[in-house]
Design a protein around this ligand. Structure first.
Ligand SMILES: [Zn+2]
Length: 536
């Protein structure tokens, strides 16, 4: 019998939230998978950020090999800079490897699938695509026959709207957006004779960023009323998953997973402010600005692009110049080149780059690790850094030299932030305006099917997913992959053959492929979206 795999991603899901919801009877389909299948914690990448985790998910290689550690890359020497998308993947994905072996693949909303790979099947791109248009979908006929009339959306209401809308309105919007996605999934599931089917609930990430203070009973903002409202998203997600499960046959292995975990955050720790006090981070000399310069900088600091436009318009600035000015946010990144050490937009987890041109960077690195391990909250005396990870100790591959020297895992309720705050080490997070949920290392995984044992506490790293899917589909696993196929969940272990002849890293892979079609406005849209989720 032909073996099939259905992968369902629920972005950022954690057992801390799912287990109580299972006990409360809110998510019966996930509970059934959990009871009947093999479940456990999925350990994410360091840092546990969606594009990093999904780059490892797709390719089965560690960040030292795929190079992705952030939503934006600055690796000029390696020819990779800008906002991450699928063209940054320089290894084949397991979906492409399956496709090469004649399998039919349906992939919906999976991070890093835009520009869409031209698979035998259907690919609907992800939240790093600029907008819903024919180029979001492969083949484009599917855009015209299914997507266009369905009012398909990539994401829902911006979290910036939180202060102006009720939680209920935001949650209902997210449920509507996902329900359109799942209705298309069901149609595709029945129209195609697929081997591999992937779908992703990206909006769970938004729900948890925006409303974790209503989900975590330890939060002082928690109330049963608010919890019930936010839980509706989980209930609806569970129902959609249940519908999909009704449409699969007995030879399908289901993998329910999250790309990372989540936790309540209460305080932002501004690492560049710490580095500045220690003399590692240089502030550029304050230039004397003409009044017009000051006004321009002030306007550039405004969050709303529309408002920035309007204000430049009022100043009587020419349209072309206005465009330039509007798209430039003022940023502390300007200081990076002059600094020995700095953090770059690595939201929630910390990253520290060392400037090799300025002094003995190895020594700076050593001093920093020591100072950071002793860093305490001046108010509570609590430790701030749970653990420091040196890239060259945990990764291997061609990108090591361009990556951050160090990654920081925040302890307790802390999150690491960049932004313009260079004066204060710690600031309280205002949940009205900012996110209350941050990323954590421990996600979830459940494997389910007739060949899967009912066991708990299986051990899984996100690097195990690609080889496991290939093994279940009966395809040899490339030798360069860093993870192994899981064996623990299965009665009859899938025979994991190794393919030693397959090429790994390919710098030119996808360079000419894809119909990425960004205008400068599109880039702003994506940046705004990432800012909204606290990633930039
Ligand atoms: Zn994620």
């Amino acid at each position: 019998m032909r073996s099939k795999v259905l992968l369902i991603g629920i972005d950022g899901a954690t057992w801390e939230i799912l287990k109580p919801m299972m006990d409360e009877g809110r998510i019966p389909n996930i509970k059934r998978l959990y009871n009947e299948g093999a479940s456990g914690i999925l350990t994410s990448t360091i840092p546990p950020l969606t594009p990093v985790a999904f780059a490892s998910f797709h390719t089965g290689v560690n960040p030292g090999k795929h190079g992705i550690t952030d939503f934006q890359l600055h690796y000029k020497e390696m020819g990779m800079s800008g906002i991450i998308d699928s063209t940054f993947l320089k290894y084949k994905t397991f979906s492409e490897i399956a496709n090469d072996q004649g399998k039919t693949v349906i992939s919906i909303n999976i991070p890093l699938t835009y520009p869409t790979p031209k698979l035998n099947g259907v690919v609907i791109g992800d939240f790093l695509a600029p907008r819903v248009y024919p180029g979001l979908v492969h083949p484009t006929e599917i855009y015209h026959s299914l997507i266009k009339k369905a009012d398909y959306k990539i994401l829902g209401i911006s979290l910036k709207q939180k202060p102006h809308l009720s939680t209920d309105e935001v949650i209902r919007n997210y449920i509507d957006v996902e329900s359109v996605r799942y209705s298309i999934a069901k149609k595709l599931m029945n129209q195609y004779d697929w081997d591999l089917f992937l779908i992703h609930n990206q909006l769970l990430d938004s729900v948890q960023h925006g409303f974790f203070h209503f989900l975590d009973k330890r939060s002082s903002h928690y109330s049963d009323e608010k919890y019930n409202i936010v839980a509706k998203y989980y209930e609806s997600m569970d129902k959609e998953i249940g519908n999909l499960l009704e449409n699969i046959d007995a030879n399908t292995t289901v993998v329910l997973f999250s790309d990372h975990g989540f936790k309540l955050i209460k305080k932002n720790v501004h690492i560049n402010s710490f580095l500045r006090k220690r003399g590692y981070f240089a502030m550029g000399k304050k230039k004397r600005l003409l009044p017009i310069g000051k006004i321009v900088r002030f306007i550039q600091g405004i969050d709303s692009k529309g408002l920035r436009y309007k204000m430049f318009d009022l100043l009587g600035i020419d349209l072309k110049v206005r465009r330039e000015l509007v798209s430039k946010f003022k940023s502390s990144n300007d200081n990076n080149e002059k600094s020995q050490a700095f953090m770059r937009d690595g939201a929630y987890f910390g990253n520290i780059y060392l400037n090799r041109k300025l002094g003995d960077s190895e020594n700076v690195g050593k001093h920093l690790i020591e100072a950071l391990s002793e860093l305490k909250d001046p108010v509570t005396g609590d430790k701030i850094v749970a653990k420091s990870y040196i890239s060259k100790d945990i990764f291997s591959g061609p990108y090591l030299d361009e990556m951050p020297y160090l990654f920081l895992e925040p302890a307790g309720d802390y999150a690491f932030a960049t932004g313009d705050n260079l004066d204060e080490l710690i600031t309280d997070i205002d949940y009205e305006k900012c996110n209350s949920g941050g990323h954590a290392l421990e996600g979830i995984v459940v494997v389910w099917g007739k060949n899967v044992r009912s066991i708990e506490n299986i051990r899984c790293h996100i690097l195990n997913i690609a080889p496991t899917v290939l093994a279940v589909l009966g395809i040899a696993v490339p030798a360069y992959m860093d993870g192994k196929a899981l064996e623990e969940p299965f009665y009859e272990k899938p025979i994991a053959r190794t393919n030693s002849s397959m090429d790994g890293f390919n710098k030119t892979l996808r360079d000419t492929e894809g119909d990425r079609n960004y205008t400068s406005d599109d880039k702003d849209v994506i940046k705004e979206r990432l800012k909204d989720l606290g990633y930039l």
